[in-house]
Design a binder for this molecule. Structure first.
Ligand SMILES: C[S@@+](CC[C@H](N)C(=O)[O-])C[C@H]1O[C@@H](n2cnc3c(N)ncnc32)[C@H](O)[C@@H]1O
Length: 242
């Protein structure tokens, strides 16, 4: 099984990342919403348990959330009302062709695949969900900062579980090894995310007929600083049908 299908579908992912909560999503979107119109159809690709999708719907937007993880989609449905559509879906397949005004891909939900070819195919597929002139917003980590400040080893105790985390860089990927014991049973997962830079995203987006219009460096939408920014947030507009 691919690592992301396994790890993100485990309850431990939600425990380890519990600080990435609804409040963080709400603060980000309350500023990001300047890019949306009230009548927009918004697709949240790799929505997880729907923290962004649900908040946007609460603000009155038409939202749909899709994710590969059945567990996360079940959680999202439990947390929300029946006005929001949530589906288990692999982003490598077109969800609804040219249906959406806005597609979101938030909190490092790209770069999990092994080859460059797969990344190019996936970004093109993501773009196919957009209407002409629709926008894609990608929120990725600032790989440059992560690499130069790499925390090789740390330990975190959350909900009674002690996670031992080790990080390294290997062949252009950031590998995060996560080990812990729960109820006497040992677990190990490895996140493997391609250290994509702004120039890589520009190439990928151009290939998918998307033109970069804005670049930000954090959830307050401050300017992107290659060395210091925590995030790489890119807004790109589709200029041609695929
Ligand atoms: C880091 S989480 C972010 C989740 C959510 N966007 C958030 O901010 O809470 C990455 C998500 O990508 C999803 N994912 C990974 N590969 C996917 C794929 N091929 N298709 C759809 N979702 C995928 C995972 O299941 C996981 O929920």
């Amino acid at each position: 099984m691919e690592w992301f299908a396994d790890w993100f579908n485990s309850k431990y992912y939600h425990i380890l990342y519990q600080k990435r909560d609804d409040k963080e999503a709400e603060q980000f979107l309350s500023i990001l919403k300047k890019f949306f119109k009230k009548e927009d159809q918004i697709l949240d690709i790799a929505c997880g348990s729907g923290r962004h999708t649900i908040y946007l719907n609460n603000l009155g937007y038409n939202t749909t959330g899709i994710d590969l993880s059945e567990k996360s989609i079940t959680l999202a449905k439990q947390k929300s009302n029946n006005k929001i559509k949530f589906d288990v879906w692999d982003m490598r397949k077109v969800y609804k062709k040219e249906h959406f005004d806005v597609v979101l891909n938030l909190f490092t939900s790209f770069g999990y695949l092994d080859s460059e070819k797969e990344n190019f195919e996936t970004i093109k597929t993501i773009s196919k969900n957009l209407k002409n002139e629709g926008i894609l917003i990608i929120d990725f980590f600032n790989s440059k900062k992560i690499i130069s400040n790499l925390v090789e080893s740390e330990q975190k105790t959350l909900s009674g579980i002690t996670f031992k985390i080790n990080r390294k860089i290997e062949e252009g990927f950031i590998l995060k090894n996560i080990q812990f014991t729960d109820s006497g049973k040992k677990f190990q997962f490895t996140e493997k995310v391609k250290a994509l830079k702004l120039s890589d995203f520009i190439k990928l987006l151009n290939f998918a007929q998307l033109e970069v219009t804005n670049i930000f460096g954090d959830y307050k939408l401050n300017e992107y600083e290659p060395v210091d920014s925590d995030r790489l947030i890119i807004v790109a507009k589709k200029w041609k049908s695929l």
